[in-house]
Write a protein that binds this ligand. Sequence first.
Ligand SMILES: *[C@@H]1O[C@H](CO)[C@@H](O)[C@H](O)[C@H]1NC(C)=O
Ligand SMILES: *[C@@H]1O[C@H](CO)[C@@H](O)[C@H](O)[C@H]1NC(C)=O
Ligand SMILES: *[C@@H]1O[C@H](CO)[C@@H](O)[C@H](O)[C@H]1NC(C)=O
Ligand SMILES: *[C@@H]1O[C@H](CO)[C@@H](O)[C@H](O)[C@H]1NC(C)=O
Ligand SMILES: *[C@@H]1O[C@H](CO)[C@@H](O)[C@H](O)[C@H]1NC(C)=O
Ligand SMILES: *[C@@H]1O[C@H](CO)[C@@H](O)[C@H](O)[C@H]1NC(C)=O
Ligand SMILES: *[C@@H]1O[C@H](CO)[C@@H](O)[C@H](O)[C@H]1NC(C)=O
Ligand SMILES: [Ca+2]
Ligand SMILES: [Ca+2]
Length: 388
Amino acid sequence: MKLKAIFFTSVFLAIASADILQNPDFELPPSSWKENYTSPLFPLDANSSTIPGWTFEGAVDYATVGADLSLPLKGHAILLGQDGKINQSFTAKGDRVKYLLTFTLAIVGQNCKSNASLVVSAPDSSRQFSFSGKYGKELWEVYGLQIGSWGDGDSINLVLQSQAIDGDTNSTCWPVVDNLFLSTIGTLNQDKANLLPNGGFEFGPSFLESSNEGVLVDSQPSLIESALQQWTVMGTVKYIDSKSYFVPEGKSAVELVSGISAGVQTAIQLFKESSYDLEFMLGDANDSCTGDFTVGVLAGSTGQNFTIQSDGTGSAKKFSFVFKVSEPSPTIISFQSYTTKQRDDGVFCGPVIDAVVLHSSHGHISRLNGASLIALLLVALLKMVELP
Ligand SMILES: *[C@@H]1O[C@H](CO)[C@@H](O)[C@H](O)[C@H]1NC(C)=O
Ligand SMILES: *[C@@H]1O[C@H](CO)[C@@H](O)[C@H](O)[C@H]1NC(C)=O
Ligand SMILES: *[C@@H]1O[C@H](CO)[C@@H](O)[C@H](O)[C@H]1NC(C)=O
Ligand SMILES: *[C@@H]1O[C@H](CO)[C@@H](O)[C@H](O)[C@H]1NC(C)=O
Ligand SMILES: *[C@@H]1O[C@H](CO)[C@@H](O)[C@H](O)[C@H]1NC(C)=O
Ligand SMILES: *[C@@H]1O[C@H](CO)[C@@H](O)[C@H](O)[C@H]1NC(C)=O
Ligand SMILES: *[C@@H]1O[C@H](CO)[C@@H](O)[C@H](O)[C@H]1NC(C)=O
Ligand SMILES: [Ca+2]
Ligand SMILES: [Ca+2]
């Protein structure tokens, strides 16, 4: 029963997502494109060319991945040059549904003094992304963000544009984007077995089928605007999936990759003077990240450090501690890295957190019945998807 519900949930998510954006991977070529063009970058002229599904402005090139361009997929992508901008509108479906975007960002060119950044915006939100090359072995990075939440029927304009860091555009390398994937998520409900919704990090931005690098989520201090449902993000974390990494429980977890003070935090309404039990798993992602990982865990005013020794081959340990709420609500629960780790190849990595469970240390603890949460989510999703 539970498995079946999970299966259908993911199916509906996928259907809902696939329909939202047209030509999200740019494999439908612009009208002016010539297949036998010899350079990997084909400049587009807004006066005489159109990209199916998209409107564009400024310097925009249609990029063909090949020897000179490294992207997760064979095929095509869009380079946003000076004042380059692409946009597409879609219609929001369902009320209070959050839209999460996953996309691939790359930089082409070696002799740049600085890399231009990419600004992703939608009504009420705008986020800037820079290619850093720090968090993976590839020449591209996958990012995830929440772009917003709107009322049923609202027309939403999603805009991606380049932004040069310095004035000298000749020394700037421009961003290349590909594989946009828009997914939706309904409201998560609290479960009796775990007072923390999404304590297992199962709800977050979608993973791309074409990538084995996880999804980077940049700092986001707002619980409501975070791509990681119910968790704010400090520093940069990598949202990892069990397809490509060792995940302690379920299909996803977070790896605290940006070093000291990278972390995740949530806040919850608890009863003053009551005792609670906080349980979590601390491990490594099976990504050759070795050494001692120390994570500081804070629950209200109780702080404790936990250390594991990682050999980088994928393992996790369960920890727990009891704390008493002495501060007025809400109570903050946070996990923060006290370690900065780099692999031999220079890639930044770090501890993995998963399976965070909070319950009252008195009274009964009914063991996880995830089916009820899944069922609620399914109802929310069904409302949103227009079935034929
Ligand atoms: C590319 O193909 C077009 C026809 O599709 C042809 O007219 C043109 O000469 C070709 N160019 C080269 C460089 O082969
Ligand atoms: C496109 O059209 C505008 C107005 O018609 C003109 O000012 C501009 O120079 C044209 N751009 C190109 C690249 O032809
Ligand atoms: C892009 O945005 C403009 C308004 O800024 C709008 O007129 C146009 O329809 C949008 N393009 C698409 C494909 O939604
Ligand atoms: C710019 O991008 C290149 C990849 O082409 C990367 O190696 C470099 O570290 C980036 N520079 C900065 C300042 O992030
Ligand atoms: C950029 O370089 C080209 C030649 O590579 C030159 O023609 C152009 O003037 C330069 N632009 C700027 C803004 O320096
Ligand atoms: C945890 O470790 C850090 C770094 O070693 C230290 O600054 C901090 O005081 C420790 N916190 C606790 C609660 O022991
Ligand atoms: C770690 O990854 C290797 C492949 O790189 C795989 O063979 C192994 O089973 C993984 N270990 C765990 C614990 O997932
Ligand atoms: Ca593509
Ligand atoms: Ca999990």
